[in-house]
Design a protein around this ligand. Structure first.
Ligand code: AHR
Length: 660
């Protein structure tokens, strides 16, 4: 956790009430009844939502630096620049083998007709390639000789000004397709580097799957994930990871839906498709946005494993995005969709002698991934969803009664679609419903009590996608302190209702500063750097301080959910024996607040106070100033069970105290 640690008294008054200056109109004290346990906090309470939007996977978490490595984009040479000298004697063709090679039909055939000729192809990467001085890079490709005994390949990494950052050579000398590998150490740093391949010898060479990866990936896995970005996810200590979305699950039409079986096994056999965010927003077109599935379901499960998070796959239920094509698979044709769901459980959990368990083992993970839940559809709505959900639920629960299902209640957590689905799903005794809200900051502050009055007999709640959207801001500027502060206020309501709210995740997670479609987002990155938004730190402070049990915290015998702009929740951690209090002040004025701890023998003497605050609601972090707004930790001595806090304007505080 990035945090500035300051061990001293700071911006906070502690001590006996008697010793504190009492203002004329002092608010009633906040009373924490430590022995009044309200509900256990689910270990999955705070998780992460991953979708390949904003170049989150290809061009982001998936560390591949070459764009369109297998020439399978709609325009097969997109991202590639082909250069041959004037009067040159050679060419490059894209060979398409057609339906017999449905998964990866195309490759490039490079012809150089004499030894003095050079044909060069350059890949531009995902808005450039991030290259770091002193780091090693693994180059690879699939190749074979079509004519001639061998061909000579020069591999260069160049910066944006064509300055050489690394160079190596390969001889291709196989008559059959096979992989070739080389590595380079970069002599310089660039965010906008490119990869140049020069064919320098008379030959006809077939090439495919041209790839460049940093060696230094997460866990050092070859062809793996970008280390700095995974670390940001790990620092959230997520209870679960939801994947692969989001609308990407649904697809613009059924053909464009996410099909997990196409994302596992050898990467050259994962059939690329257009990313739906390629064409979704006319004002943010991304015509080079495709899904290579190098980050596929196996890698998602592995990531969940690495993070100690429960895997939560969301599957298509025979319905494409209802905002786009609204295609549905007729009920009598649902079998393949249901098969996918059942087979996924076998892929994740099945013994290694089952068909899908065997594939998991062959990919490197004989041990099960312990899948416990999955989502049926994303933002589906209407009776069409209910009838499909019923069929899915029966098939999955008949075979795997232990698997919990997440069901849709539509794209909004309110309105006609929601009002229809909530009672339907309640009547069906759905396990967990998935509520989504992308709303203005005021909604989040006004809805801190949303779950206080939910029927405790209704399904459990997954606040599956939410973020405060500030009007009048664009891109990274939308990820502001105003948004984050209101989310913090709202999250106190999630935590207070931990008996019914068992999961939550902010969305979306990642966004490339040069290639985003949707804002705000939790973490922004470019090809080398990244930063957490204020919302990231709010998520982190809740998740890293979730404790084990919610306890009573009240002011004037009321839950604290917006009276006088204060929001608060309290938990205990039975393992570390700590009391953890979260307090949000959304007002523009400083507050002095008395706090009394009851139902506990002894507490303190030190109190750790972590504060996230800014007087400027528009404050954001950025690549240049990644910790403009970040938590500050202070250690404070307290003398007893009553003390007073100064809560600056627009501030969020987490207090941790040892209990005896
Ligand atoms: O998070 C971005 C999108 O918002 C998701 O894909 C979708 O589920 C929601 O509408």
């Amino acid at each position: 956790m990035k945090m500035r640690k300051i061990v001293k008294y700071m911006g906070l008054v502690a001590g006996l009430l008697a010793s504190v200056h009492i203002k004329a109109q002092k608010a009633a004290p906040i009373v924490v009844q430590v022995n009044e346990i309200r509900a256990p906090v689910s270990p999955t309470m705070y998780g992460i939502f991953f979708e390949d939007i904003n170049f989150a996977a290809d061009g982001g978490l998936y560390a591949e630096l070459v764009k369109n490595r297998s020439f399978e984009f709609a325009e097969p040479l997109m991202g590639w620049d082909i250069r041959i000298r004037d009067n040159a004697d050679g060419n490059l063709l894209i060979i398409n083998r057609g339906p017999a090679y449905d998964v990866n039909p195309r490759f490039a055939r490079v012809t150089v007709n004499n030894d003095t000729e050079v044909l060069a192809i350059t890949n531009e990467g995902f808005r450039g390639m991030g290259i770091r001085k002193g780091e090693e890079y693994d180059f690879s490709l699939m190749a074979k000789m079509q004519d001639g005994k061998e061909s000579a390949l020069t591999i260069e990494i160049l910066d944006e000004n064509d300055q050489l950052l690394g160079k190596t050579y390969l001889t291709i000398n196989s008559m059959q397709w096979r992989p070739f590998h080389a590595s380079l150490v970069a002599s310089g740093t660039s965010k906008k580097a490119k990869l140049k391949l020069s064919f320098t010898k008379k030959a006809v060479t077939d090439v495919d799957m041209i790839s460049l990866f940093p060696k230094n990936t997460w866990m050092g896995r070859p062809g793996g994930l970008r280390k700095d970005l995974v670390q940001m996810l790990a620092d959230l200590k997520p209870g679960f990871i939801r994947f692969p979305g989001g609308c990407i699950v649904e697809g613009r039409d059924l053909a464009n839906r996410y099909q997990w079986k196409n994302t596992v096994g050898d990467i050259s056999n994962r059939k690329l498709i257009m990313n739906r965010w390629n064409v979704e927003f006319k004002n943010r077109p991304a015509k080079d946005y495709f899904q290579s599935f190098g980050l596929g379901f196996y890698e998602y499960f592995l990531l969940a494993d690495d993070l100690g998070a429960e895997p939560l796959p969301i599957l298509n239920c025979g319905m494409a995005c209802q905002y786009n094509s609204a295609e549905v698979a007729p009920l009598e044709t649902l079998d393949p969709y249901i098969r996918d769901a059942l087979d996924l459980v076998e892929f994740a959990n099945g013994p290694v002698d089952t068909h899908w368990g065997k594939l998991r083992a062959a990919m490197g993970h004989p041990a099960p991934f312990h899948l416990k839940m999955m989502g049926v559809g994303n933002e589906q709505w209407g009776p069409q969803y209910v009838e499909r959900y019923k069929i899915f639920a029966k098939a999955i629960h008949d075979r795997y009664p232990e698997i919990k299902l997440i069901s849709s209640v539509g794209p909004h957590a309110g309105g006609a679609l929601f009002d229809y689905l909530l009672p339907e799903m309640t009547a069906l005794k759905a396990d967990i419903i998935d509520e989504h809200y992308y709303m203005p900051p005021s909604f989040f502050q006004d809805n801190a009590r949303r779950y206080d009055h939910y029927d405790r007999n209704s399904p459990k709640i997954f606040a599956g996608e939410y973020a405060a959207h500030v009007k009048g801001k664009e891109g990274p500027e939308k990820s502001s302190w105003q948004a984050a502060l209101s989310e913090a206020a709202f999250m106190t309501g999630l935590e207070r209702n931990a008996d019914i709210v068992v999961m939550s995740s902010y969305a979306p997670l990642l966004a490339h500063v040069d290639a985003w479609q949707w804002a705000p987002d939790l973490v922004w990155f470019d090809n080398l750097q990244h930063y957490g938004t204020p919302s990231y730190y709010v998520q982190q402070l809740f998740s890293n301080n979730k404790g084990t049990d919610v306890v009573s915290i009240q002011q004037a015998k009321q839950v604290i959910a917006g009276q006088d702009s204060l929001y608060a929740t309290a938990v205990i951690d039975k393992v570390s024996k700590e009391l953890i209090i979260k307090i949000v002040n959304t007002s523009s004025s400083e507050k002095q607040q008395d706090i009394a701890l009851e139902g506990i023998r002894k507490i303190g003497p030190d109190m750790k106070v972590v504060t996230l605050r800014s007087g400027d609601l528009d404050a954001v972090n950025s690549i240049q100033s990644p910790e403009n707004l970040a938590p500050v930790e202070t250690l404070v001595k307290i003398n007893g069970k009553k003390f007073s806090l100064v809560l600056p304007p627009y501030s969020f505080h987490v207090l941790r105290l040892n209990m005896y």
